[in-house]
Design a protein around this ligand. Sequence first.
Ligand SMILES: [Zn+2]
Length: 83
Amino acid sequence: MTTVWVSPSATSFSCLCEPCLEQARTSGLLFADALLQASVRGTIGAEADVSSRRCGAGHEIVLRRIERPSTLPHHDDRQLQLA
Ligand SMILES: [Zn+2]
């Protein structure tokens, strides 16, 4: 199983299926052909945090969205002026 992390704003992804890559490698394919065979592309709903896909060979690929930071730490500029 391949886990792919997508950025908070991403609605599409492309990745390499690890089992396919491994199979291609052990069967002696050229690296370029292996990449082509293992390549998986698709879309993910903007609100979906977790989703799964299957590559052409049926391996599961889990998409996980990197969590959006709930609060960004605020830098207090006033501290710079105290001294
Ligand atoms: Zn695969």
